[in-house]
Structures are given as structure tokens and as C-alpha cells.
Ligand binder design. Sequence first.
Ligand code: SF4
Length: 304
Amino acid sequence: MAKAAKSAKTAKTAKTAKTAASAETAAPAKTAKRAAEAAKPARPVKAKPESHLGMVRRARKINRELAEVYPYAHPELDFRNSFELLVATVLSAQTTDLRVNQTTPALFAKYPTPEDMAAAVPEELEEIIRPTGFFRAKAKSLMGLSAALRDRFDGQVPGRLEDLVSLPGVGRKTANVVLGNAFGVPGITVDTHFGRLVRRWKWTEQEDPEKVEAEICAIFPKSEWTMLSHRVVFHGRRICHSRKPACGACPIAPLCPAYGEGETDPEKAKKLLKYEMGGYPGQRLAPPPDYPGRPAAPLGTGDE
Ligand code: SF4
């Protein structure tokens, strides 16, 4: 027993000595780290835990700021009616809106109505939509949903969520895009940009798009839902990128708990900006008149 106590004491002494030694070695490193921390600009968001009410107020402020930064925010798919928007949204899975916009002019020229698309020769339809990827599955969805529109909805796109999600290849996200932008029904669209940003902003910790949607809907009045979706997606595409957010050029940095996740040097951050923010063409070939950037170029013109 005495022997055991002695060896425990020896071990403790050794451990204390080791801790002291490592603390001594770590001290200069720690000091240097603290100095570097102190040299950094003050963290924009307070470190103390934020109340739910505080988060809601901050979230609404971010939305107001984004409304000023992107007063022209809009869906980035080109469409002239609800059928075109539905088709374009189905095509946008796993590809960029730009690629869809470059593909749909030829598609809608050949198949302007659900009746036309339902009666397409599958191989011909596939060939047109090939640039959007997964073209066989997408062609099947487009022909299926066109036939359903023709047979069950008089050739019209329905304006109810439950009807839209009953169409082949149409999920909740697609349905919300169509409802919000072709029917004026408020809705939040949770795509990859939206989910990433709202988690960075600590509006939610949910990963599942439906849960994200429910939690964000609870923060904002219904009247804001559709435009909020556009603003957040605009911000995600232009400034708050997935791998390299341009924090140093971000107008909402003081409200963002994730400030510093990306480039904080203003000059370097500026170079990361995309689309009209960086002086480049946008995604739409036919953007709304108030869009301050340049339209995208058609497919195959070399200026993509
Ligand atoms: S500060 Fe950085 S992480 Fe936060 S929104 Fe701006 S770009 Fe995104």
C-alpha cells in the first residue's frame, strides 16, 4: 500500500514537472499567439452566448443589410412563365443556373408547352439538355411532369405545393421556387448556399433542408421569405463562398459570427468577389432590367 502511494506520488511529481516544463515551452508561443490575436481587428460579434431574441434581431438586421446590398436580388434562372420556371428548376439540379440558362433557349424553342414536351422524342430532348448533366434522368422527369401537367392539370402548372410535389422529379425545393417566383406565394428555398450561410450565421444548426426551412421561417415574417432566399443565395454566390468566403470585403462582417473563416485582407478578399460584384457577367442571359451587371453569354460563344 505504502509502495503504491509512493509510486503514485512519484508519478504526480513527474507529471507536475512535465506540465511546468511544457507550460514554459508553450509560454512564448502563447504570448505570440495572444499578440497576434490582439493585433487582429476586434471580433465583430460578442463572445458571450447570444440569446434567441438576440439572434433573431441580428438575423433581421442581416436581412435588412442584404436588401441594401442586393436590391436587385432575383431568381437566377431565365424564365418567361411558370412552365419554363418549373422545367429550368428541374434542370438546375447538380449544375449551375448559368448552364441551365444557356440550355433552355433551344429547349423552349422546340417544346414551348407541356403538351409539346410530353410528346418529345426522348433522344432528341436528351440531346438538347445534355449540357446540364444527368440528362437521361432529367429528360425522363421533364417528359413525366409534362404528361402529368397535360393529363391532370389541363396543361397548367398548379399553384399549390401538394400538387407540385406530386409531379415527377419535383421536390419541395423546386416547388417552393415555382410558388415563390411564378405565383407570389411566400417560400424559403433551402439550397446549398442558403443552408451554408444560415449555419455560418448561427440562425440554425440544422442540416436537413426541411428543418432549416422551418426554423428560418420562424425567424422572419412571411412577406420576407422569398426575397430573403434570393438575397442569401446572392450573397453565397458572390461573397460568402463555400471554400473561400471573402470576409474582408463582406458588408455584413460586423454581424457575422463566422467572420475570419475566409480571407480577411480587404484587397485579397476583393479579388474573390464574383459576378457583378467582381465585374463579371451574371448567370442570366436575360436578367431583369435593374440588374447592374452584364448578362451571361449564350452557350458556345467562348465567353462563359
Ligand atoms: S463575414 Fe465571411 S463568413 Fe461571414 S457572411 Fe461575410 S463572407 Fe461569409
